[in-house]
Design a protein around this ligand. Structure first.
Ligand code: ZN
Length: 194
């Protein structure tokens, strides 16, 4: 398992509803936590590790020994309120940061690792992270919502990522788009069959 970098096509995949929480999914989530902490992140969505499924993990402390590990499966956001601009970054676009305007409070409904539904009113950092991660599941990146002030600078950095991605593909390190799409389709069918 590895964290995919922009502009990997899996990051643009609209993820599928998870139909069951099983031992394999729990193992996957535990591996995702290790990767997230190694990368000094506070949130990680499934399609950032090549799984086109609707779940993400969060620990706003960014440390296994601190904070709270939260798993959001099939999250649904509603009742956005307020507006605030804060700097964001993303493990799939490392070293790139920019301001993003988002609602400051949000209601979330989701399932936890036991498959139990829960809901919560979120504010501050947790509200922002949950919105950033839910965007991932819809194939949306924070750079799509970047403030006009930061957009020219961030666009230049994204071009560098695109060049690096093309180089890696040229070296055979990244499969062709059609092979990536076929693999994503296969996973979505396997996990999401009713
Ligand atoms: Zn991200």
């Amino acid at each position: 398992m590895q964290i995919l970098h922009y502009p990997h096509p899996a990051l643009r995949r609209k993820c599928s509803i998870v139909r069951r929480v099983d031992a394999e999914l729990r193992e996957t989530i535990s591996e995702m936590y290790e990767l997230m902490y190694e990368a000094n992140g506070i949130g990680l969505a499934a399609n950032q590790v090549d799984l086109p499924l609707r779940f993400f993990i969060v620990n706003t402390a960014g440390d296994a020994d601190e904070g709270e590990e939260l798993v959001f499966i099939n999250p649904v956001l509603s009742q956005p309120e307020g507006r605030g601009e804060e700097e964001e970054g993303c493990l799939s676009i490392p070293t790139v940061y920019g301001k993003v305007m988002r609602p400051t409070t949000i209601h979330v409904q989701a399932y936890n690792l036991e498959g139990q539904p829960f809901s919560a009113e979120l504010s501050e950092t947790l509200a922002r992270v949950v919105q950033h991660e839910t965007d991932h599941l819809d194939g949306v990146l924070f750079t799509d919502r970047i403030s006009p002030d930061d957009k020219p600078r961030v666009d230049l950095l994204l071009e560098e990522f695109a060049v690096e991605f093309a180089d890696r593909r040229g070296r055979g390190e990244i499969p062709a788009d059609e092979d990536i799409y076929a693999r994503l389709d296969e996973i979505q069918q396997r996990y999401c069959a009713t």
